[in-house]
Design a protein around this ligand. Structure first.
Ligand SMILES: [Fe+2]
Length: 487
């Protein structure tokens, strides 16, 4: 194991003060690389590639209240090949983190504090762009994204070192929301951007070789907080949901959202390279994550994890952090929309009644019909944890579940297809799982076709992987292609 200690870490933790800074959420202070890791069971011989996950890891103690979404992005990657594993973690070297390092302290306060004391760096939100939210593989690189729509950061897929802001070969320096989609057929990177001032939303396409080939403004009535989108073979779907930015608060330098319970949710369908948006109305709701979308006759089918009503849970935190902690809960259910492009009609139906989120599918099926989705299940305590994985069969409306076990908390679990696999679920699910009793993490490898039999392999890591956000699986053949391009 080689260890590189980061400079000037000063995150002082006071146990118990904020549940999103302790236990499975406590940040780590080292960047390491570790190989020849202990394996319980086995790493399947045909499982080759890399699982990489992004998430917040605050490098410096911030003034005021810490929100889980504030931490600097850190990537945790585990490379699997020939039954062996190598783990590596690296901070996303954003411009904000560089400024903090130079100052030796946190220059920005978090999203829950007024922005007036933050550096006036010309950014739209006057918040630190941490690139801590999603990570995608496109055009031979990883791309790290931020939930409030920030600069995409290009990451070397082998070292996990940050190359810099992605400007798509100089064709455009656009911000990108938390989630973009990579079309597995065309290789395009399809994105949207949003902000607090007009244009409130824009949309674009980057070609497989990394050039912006399309960019257009989307007309929505005001500042919103959209999070995800979806694509089909020919269309993209963006969301105008009634979780709106309170503009009076924004003018006063505060970030406050308001849910308009009588305002319809709207879904905008736009041809992949088009400008005309066809809007579909639906019941009011909020949605963090789409599962997938596809075309079926005259209809577009969209599956999502849908919030019933954004707001505090039945069991509430009290005290100075209450307003943050109560709203960090996820309360979402698998839900299906159908948008009829001929009639303009929307139909919608719930597909499940359990709280699950962070959906993954076989990424080769993004934009075409899928049968299976792999979500994490959300615990019912005040502090949010992912306590298991639920595999949904969306055709048969059945499911299968794997629980991580007491004191064990997982991560978003992407699907790694078996080479030459035949069935859609012929492959593996991967998740970093933190074990509170050992105070360290492991990679859990499950057979996607048989969750019930438990892990095929558990790769013991020498460190903790703090609970985090989004992830991807990069197959060995894509890494090989990237290495060939690099050479
Ligand atoms: Fe997300």
């Amino acid at each position: 194991m080689t260890t590189v200690r980061n400079d000037a870490l000063s995150v002082a933790l006071d146990a118990g003060e904020n549940p999103y800074l302790v236990g499975p959420y406590a940040p780590v202070d080292e960047e390491i690389e570790a190989s020849d890791l202990e394996v319980i069971g086995e790493i399947p011989a045909d499982l080759a590639g890399m699982y990489v996950r992004n998430g917040p890891n605050p490098r410096y103690r911030t003034e005021g209240r810490y929100h889980w979404f504030d931490g600097d992005g850190m990537l945790h990657g585990i490379h699997l090949e020939d039954g062996k594993a190598t783990y590596r973690n690296r901070s996303v070297a954003t411009e904000g983190l560089a400024a903090d390092r130079e100052a030796g302290r946190a220059l920005w306060g978090g999203v829950a504090e007024p922005r007036t004391a933050n550096p006036d760096d010309g950014s739209r939100l006057r918040l630190k762009d941490t690139a801590n939210t999603d990570v995608l593989f496109h055009n031979g690189n990883l791309v790290a994204l931020w939930y409030l729509a920030g600069a995409p950061y290009r990451i070397d897929p082998f070292s996990l070192e940050t190359v810099g802001r992605e400007d798509w070969g100089g064709t455009r320096q656009s911000c990108v929301s938390a989630h973009a989609k990579v079309d597995p057929r065309s290789g395009e990177f399809v994105y949207f951007d949003y902000g607090p001032t007009p244009p409130y939303m824009s949309y674009g396409v980057v070609s497989a070789d990394g050039r912006v080939t399309h960019h257009t403004e989307i007309d929505i009535p005001g500042a919103r907080m959209p999070h995800d989108m979806a694509i089909t073979e020919n269309y993209s779907i963006v969301m105008d949901l009634p979780l709106v930015v309170d503009e009076a608060s924004a003018r006063a330098g505060r970030h406050r959202l308001e849910f308009l319970g009588n305002t319809p949710a709207r879904f905008g369908v736009i041809p992949r390279h088009g400008t005309a948006v066809q809007w579909f109305e639906a019941e009011p709701c909020y949605i963090y994550h789409s599962i997938n979308a596809w075309e079926q006759g005259d209809e577009i089918v969209l599956d999502v994890c849908r919030f019933r009503v954004p707001g505090p849970p039945a069991v509430e935190f009290r005290g100075p952090l209450a307003s943050i902690l109560n709203y960090l809960r996820l309360d979402a259910y698998v839900h299906r929309y159908r948008f009829d492009l001929k009639t303009g009609r929307t139909t919608e139906e719930p597909l499940d009644d359990r709280n699950t989120e962070f959906p993954m599918i076989d990424s080769s099926l993004v934009g075409v019909r899928n049968r299976y989705a792999y979500n994490v299940s959300i615990n019912s305590d005040t502090t949010m944890y992912f306590d298991g994985i639920v595999k949904f069969d969306l055709d048969r409306r059945t499911d299968e579940r794997y629980q991580f076990g007491p004191g064990r908390y997982g991560s978003e679990a992407p699907f790694a297809p078996r080479v030459d696999g035949t069935a859609e679920d012929d492959g593996y699910l991967l998740s970093f799982v933190y074990d509170a009793a050992e105070d360290r993490s492991e990679l859990v490898i499950l057979d996607a076709a048989d969750l019930g039999s438990g892990p095929l392999g558990r790769v013991k890591l020498p460190v903790r992987v703090p609970n985090g956000f989004h992830s991807c699986w990069v197959p060995a053949e894509d890494l090989d292609r990237a290495r060939g391009t690099e050479a």
